[in-house]
Design a protein around this ligand. Structure first.
Ligand code: ASP
Ligand code: MG
Length: 410
């Protein structure tokens, strides 16, 4: 007998029929001899509807009251699913986050889970019940309702699995796993049977559509076996685990990409100590996250300094930089918000040289110019013009032979 946490997202519980189908799957899992805890999202569109209501009443809704409102979405689903399970003859009980003591900090609308008291849930499971828990919410120390940020039900499920020491946390969603690249760009992208936590975090651009990234961080911290699978189609999905638990770690797992990038260059600044901090300090102070940084060495004691930011921060960063240019004596500021990032990701890179050069060669053969480069232990990323994004992803997918599945390292 295993203890399984199953999480169903909004589309999976989006209608009465779908809730019925979820109930059937839960019952099937119980019949296989397992204890089941179910975490659910609000029915699809519900959280947006509630947000819209709040906005129509108030321009800037009080964060505390917004949480009181948004948490009702999940409360509807737990009640409906529990009723449905009972009607089908499976004893079930629903709980809100607060009722199962999911304690969070008091950062309304983006709270973090601090701890979970699992005694009550274990007791219900021992009595043969399925426990249905509202995702996305908890209580702070003072008993206020809090919510965990959009997509937060994934994190509830993983946290619940960690607290209960569950054997597996299964996230049922509308895709059947994590792919070697975005299947909308690469037709022959393959589903990965398994991937490490680290790779999943690096593949955020693919993964974040599938899982709230924070839930992956949580799973890594507490070593929760996390499986992403489809609620509409049978299949093993993708298992996200520790590297040691994977039979064959892949050399390259996939090609990730991100369109939301922009870059800025400050030209002709004096090449002297302290210049990088004078340029990036005001950017950091404005809470703008910097991704890649490149500094070119100039001939005449000046240098060009380039960095990339999220596209939404482009205008703000540009005006800050223009001020900086005036105060430190830079020539001018240029920028480009039509760029994209492509990354080759794989834990096997740690022990294999030559991944980067293979990547650069493949891009060069298509005439794709690389504007910036950054590397980590398990990733090589390049910035290219946005118009080359799709071509670049396809070229790299085939250069690394990913149409045959992730390459095993050996
Ligand atoms: N209902 C919340 C949302 O739409 C939380 C979740 O679904 O995970 O973001
Ligand atoms: Mg989701």
């Amino acid at each position: 007998m295993a203890l399984i946490v199953q999480k169903y997202g909004g589309t999976s519980v989006g209608s009465v029929d779908r809730i019925q189908a979820v109930a059937d799957r839960v019952i099937e899992t119980v019949k296989q001899g397992h204890q089941v805890v179910v975490v659910v999202s609000a029915m699809s569109g519900e959280t947006d509807r509630l947000l819209g209501l709040a906005k129509s009443i108030s321009q800037s809704p009080t964060p505390r009251e917004l949480d009181v409102l948004l948490s009702t979405g999940e409360q509807v689903t737990i009640a409906l699913l529990s009723m449905c399970l009972s009607d089908k003859g499976q004893p079930a009980v629903s709980y809100t986050g607060g009722q199962v003591c999911i304690r969070t900090d008091n950062a309304h609308n983006k709270a973090r889970i601090l701890d979970i008291e699992s005694v009550r849930v274990h007791k219900e499971l021992e009595e043969g019940k399925v426990v249905v828990i509202a995702g996305f919410q908890g209580n702070d120390e003072a008993g206020n309702i809090t919510t965990l940020g959009r997509g937060g039900s994934d994190t509830t499920a993983v946290a619940m699995a960690a607290a209960l020491k569950a054997d597996e946390c299964r996230i049922y969603t509308d895709v059947d796993g994590v792919y070697t690249a975005d299947p909308r760009i690469v037709e022959d992208a393959q589903r990965l049977p398994c991937i490490t936590y680290e790779e999943m975090l690096e593949m955020a651009s693919l993964g974040s559509k599938v899982l709230q990234i924070r839930s992956v961080e949580f799973a890594r911290k507490y070593n929760v076996n996390l499986r992403v699978l489809s609620s509409f189609k049978e299949g093993p999905g993708t298992l996200i685990t520790d590297e040691d638990e994977q039979m064959e770690a892949a050399l390259i797992s996939g090609i990730a990409h991100n369109k939301d990038e922009a870059k800025l260059t400050i030209v002709g600044v004096p090449d002297q100590p302290g210049i990088a901090s004078q340029i990036l300090g005001p950017i950091a102070d404005a809470n703008i996250e910097v991704d890649m940084i490149v500094q070119n060495v100039g001939m005449d004691n000046t240098t060009d300094f380039t960095f990339s930011v999220h596209r939404n921060d482009f205008e703000k960063a540009k005006s800050i930089l223009e001020n900086t240019a005036k105060s430190i004596g830079g020539k001018n500021v240029t920028g480009d918000n039509k760029i994209a990032k492509i990354s080759v990701v794989g834990v096997g890179m740690r022990s294999h040289a030559g991944i980067a050069s293979k990547m650069f060669k493949a891009l060069a053969e298509e005439g794709i110019n690389i504007q910036m480069i950054s590397t980590s232990e398990i990733k090589v990323s390049v910035i290219v013009a946005e118009k080359y994004l799709e071509l670049g992803v396809r070229v790299l997918h085939s250069a690394f032979g990913l149409e045959n599945g992730a390459l095993a390292e050996n």
